[in-house]
Design a protein around this ligand. Structure first.
Ligand code: HEM
Ligand code: HEM
Length: 227
């Protein structure tokens, strides 16, 4: 019966993730580990350049969360506790993917990931290496004590990011194995096959994204090159 119902619903490819959100995501996936590796190798100059690129992307994503496409907006991201609980209760049930944007629980996870990236990049700007050899571009604007404190924050935020990313990837694996839903492909192609009656989300213009990214990059550059 369930099968007949599923067959009777016509599925059509629909754009759920815009290009800017997808580019943001996959650049973050490359740049965050690159920041980690360069810090561990002690190449702090390259580390800070890559860190400022992450800062630009995060500033862009925050702006996009207010004026971007419907599925990228923060207002749509955050569901109430009842919706989150209902979603988690249904997690073990195999079902076709009818989700247009982030799901009720995933939205909060996304917000956490973005907030952690804000803390990581902001604290890095004020951090110092403890040796007087290298420091973030804004380290001189605060006291030595504050800079040391934000260096500790920078180090702990990294641990928090790894834990959050592990949960994030685990959730995606659970979706693939338990619910048989492939969430990764839509994050690459932008498209999902959804019931034909699903209302298409409104997509913001690419020109707006380019303008916001240019502004975000300019701010990150000005902050990053502050002597
Ligand atoms: C450094 C590692 C990672 C970080 C910081 C990260 C962060 C994020 C963020 C912030 C979003 C929300 C996208 C947006 O609305 O802007 C997201 C979504 C997503 N990420 Fe990641 N991610 C990471 C690694 C990965 C990896 C390795 C995969 C693939 C297995 C992945 C797959 C996805 C998918 C499929 C979504 C969309 C989820 C949905 O359908 O709601 N991510 N990620
Ligand atoms: C998401 C982006 C970033 C990640 C993942 C990251 C990660 C790290 C890690 C893992 C360390 C080593 C911490 C330790 O020794 O315990 C570090 C150190 C450092 N980072 Fe970042 N960082 C990022 C962004 C930035 C930015 C934007 C700046 C400044 C422009 C910056 C400046 C520094 C400095 C000055 C240190 C040396 C502090 C120390 O030796 O403890 N980082 N970062």
């Amino acid at each position: 019966m369930a099968l007949r119902n599923r067959q009777s619903v016509m599925l059509l490819p629909m754009r759920v993730w815009d290009l800017p959100t997808r580019v943001f995501h996959w650049l973050i996936v490359i740049l965050v580990p690159a920041c980690y590796v360069t810090a561990e190798l002690g190449d702090l100059d390259l580390h800070m350049q890559l860190g400022c690129a992450v800062l630009a992307l995060v500033l862009f994503r925050i702006a996009w969360g207010f004026v971007g496409s419907q599925t990228a907006r923060f207002a749509r991201l955050l569901a109430g506790p009842a919706a989150v609980l209902h979603h988690l209760r249904e997690l073990g049930r195999r079902a076709p993917d009818t989700q247009i944007g982030h799901n009720a629980a995933g939205g909060w996870m996304v917000l956490l990931l973005i907030l952690l990236l804000v803390v990581q990049t902001a604290s890095g700007l004020f951090a110092n290496d403890g040796l007087g050899l290298s420091e973030g571009p804004l380290a001189h604007d605060v006291s030595g004590w504050t800079s040391d404190l934000l260096t500790v924050v920078h180090s702990y935020a990294m641990d928090a990011i790894w834990i959050a990313v592990a949960l994030h990837v685990l959730a995606i694996i659970v979706y693939a194995v338990v619910k048989r839903q492939n969430l990764v492909r839509p994050m690459i192609t932008g498209k999902k096959r959804l019931p034909a009656a699903t209302p298409a989300p409104r997509m913001a213009s690419l020109a707006l994204a380019v303008a916001l990214l240019a502004a975000a990059a300019a701010i990150a550059y000005l902050v990053g090159t502050r002597a």
